[in-house]
Design a protein around this ligand. Structure first.
Ligand code: GLU
Length: 556
């Protein structure tokens, strides 16, 4: 068969460059030996998840700890799955978490010499190579209809055989020249398939950069490389792109491991040296006693938007993921609490080989710790940017008063040094936590533990003597006097010695006051809170009638 003639008929494009030309257009990168070129290659489906960030962080670290390059390529060969705005969402999400691309789609960089970075814009490159493979007898047209392929699959399933287009099932593999041209003359739609040279009888050892040596069976599937619309499949496009974008290390989820034999064969028939592959293990969570994969349907925390909307501190998410990526990160981080996580020596081969456990509670702890390291001003900036994007109009109006907010945050977070409070876990919760500083009468959540008469005695007693000019000790002395009048022990020692003589201790009386003022049985220093709130607001909240009825309504 005249394969050159067939190739020209199947790929009639006039101005295709010969494949060798692309070696010159996309030369080897001028980077140090050992520098890794990695990429994030999402399909623009609109759902960017934690697994993507996990992989992207490994990509970014592998590239940047070796003096290499991390780029963004959009794998948009499947038009049906494309979602408007998905690319922007990937870029925005990664930016939120502080991950920077050096080059790639929508990245403004002088390094962008290996583009275009959208696969749909690279159709000519792919077609040039498809043509070459046809000329070499390594690819052929397939005219099978969807119905025919379904029938083959059914038969294979019935016979308990591997499904797909291979061996005797690859009907179009051996079409005669006459048959092919007849089909073409009849304008039958066709795809181009790889003429696989592999056999499932052959196994070989493959070294994965994470999983180590694994035994792989050769591919024998005549996979589609060019679809009937002239656009390649992901398998084919990624092989060409990783070669010409000079990727040295492909980090991707282990769900791609089953396609590895196809990818290795594609590199082989194309005459390329494949990049190193690193397959990351899936993120798992504990569901009761069992460990299972995070699922899009069951686990909202799989979506990256979840973290933005809930306002997790982005650096905390990244640091937490670093502990999942490299188990020695946590120890390093404890020894170097103030160091930039980028100073840690990330190692791809230290990544877990199976099921990485993702623990949202632990992430919350990291988030609390990271937020507690912020100054009140920085914390304001963080909360305010969340409020601007996700807050209610009321939140937005409140956050305009920066001075007031910084005062509150100074108190909420503690005053510097080692003893910082860790009450803020994420922006949304932080914004709600400080709500009691705003309402005319706060929302009561915690129940009074004493009868109305006692509550009234404490609140009214304190309202009468409260003076915002009092310092902490004067404030406390007044509280003790009020407590004592209302039947509480003013000194803890008295209370401990004769509990039968009192309704409770001074700290129980303080709790009444605290609930009236903040709504909560626990809060930072109450005297300071009252100072920030101002006398008028405090007296309103100490109005026992209002306070008791609100408290009842809220806790019933
Ligand atoms: N486009 C593939 C995806 O959507 C990327 C696979 C790879 O990294 O090779 O996940």
């Amino acid at each position: 068969m005249d394969l050159k003639k067939l190739a020209s008929r199947l790929i009639p494009d006039k101005n295709l460059l010969p494949p060798e030309e692309y070696e010159k257009i996309y030369p080897e990168r001028d980077i140090d030996k050992g520098a890794e070129v990695t990429r994030l290659a999402p399909s623009p489906t609109g759902f960017i998840h934690l697994g993507n960030l996990y992989s992207a962080l490994a990509d970014e670290r592998a590239a940047h700890t070796s003096g290499g390059i991390f780029y963004l390529r959009i794998e948009d060969t499947d038009e049906k799955r494309k979602v408007e705005g998905a690319v922007e969402s990937v870029i925005r999400s990664l930016k939120y978490f502080g991950l920077k691309f050096d080059e790639g789609a929508e990245i403004d960089s002088p390094l962008n010499k290996y583009g275009p970075y959208y696969q749909r814009q690279r159709a000519e490159i792919y077609r040039s190579f498809v043509k070459k493979l046809i000329e070499e007898g390594l690819a052929y047209p397939c005219f099978c209809t969807a119905e025919e392929l379904d029938a083959v699959r059914e038969k294979q399933t019935e016979n308990k055989q591997t499904t797909g287009y291979y061996g005797a099932y690859a009907k179009c593999r051996n079409l005669s020249e006459e048959q092919i041209y007849k089909n073409l003359d009849e304008k039958k739609p066709f795809v181009i398939r790889l003429k696989s040279q592999g056999s499932i009888e052959n196994k070989f050892t493959f070294r994965d950069a994470i999983k180590g040596d694994i035994t792989v069976t050769e591919n024998d599937q005549d996979v589609v490389i060019l679809k009937s619309d002239g656009i390649p499949t992901y398998h084919f496009a990624h092989a060409i792109d990783d070669h010409f974008m000079r990727t040295t290390l492909v980090i991707r989820g282990e769900e791609w491991l089953s396609s590895l034999p196809i990818h290795l064969e594609l590199h082989k028939v194309l005459g390329f040296k494949p990049p190193r592959y690193a397959h990351t293990c899936s993120l798992m969570k504990m569901d009761g006693e069992t460990k299972r994969k995070l699922s899009k349907r069951k686990d909202p925390e799989l979506s990256l938007d979840y973290y933005r909307k809930a306002g997790y501190y982005p650096l905390a998410v990244v640091k937490y993921l670093m502990t999942v990526l490299n188990s020695n990160f946590e120890e390093w981080s404890l020894k170097n609490p103030d160091a930039d996580y980028r100073d840690f020596k990330f190692k791809i081969d230290k990544m877990g080989k199976s099921g990485a456990l993702f623990d949202l509670e632990k992430l919350c702890d990291v988030s609390k710790t990271e937020i507690s390291k912020l100054s009140a001003e920085e914390c304001y900036g963080f909360l305010n940017s969340w409020v601007e994007e996700f807050g209610t109009d009321t939140d937005k109006a409140r956050f305009k008063d920066k001075e007031y907010l910084v005062k509150i945050l100074n108190l909420i977070m503690g005053t510097g040094g080692k003893k910082r409070r860790k009450d803020i876990e994420r922006a949304e919760q932080g914004v709600r936590l400080i709500e009691y500083f705003f309402d005319d009468l706060c929302n009561h959540y915690d129940k009074f533990r004493f009868d109305d008469k006692t509550v009234t005695a404490v609140l009214e007693g304190f309202a009468k003597v409260y003076d915002p000019a009092d310092d902490n000790s004067a404030w406390f002395a007044k509280l003790k006097a009020v407590a004592s009048n209302a039947g509480f022990a003013a000194e803890m020692s008295e209370w401990k010695a004769h509990p039968e003589n009192y309704k409770g201790s001074v700290s129980d009386a303080a709790e009444i006051l605290r609930i009236a003022i903040t709504g909560k049985a626990n809060s930072p220093d109450l005297c300071t809170i009252m100072g920030i709130l101002g006398k008028e607001r405090c007296l309103k909240r100490l109005n026992s009638e209002n306070c008791i009825s609100l408290n009842k309504a809220q806790t019933e």
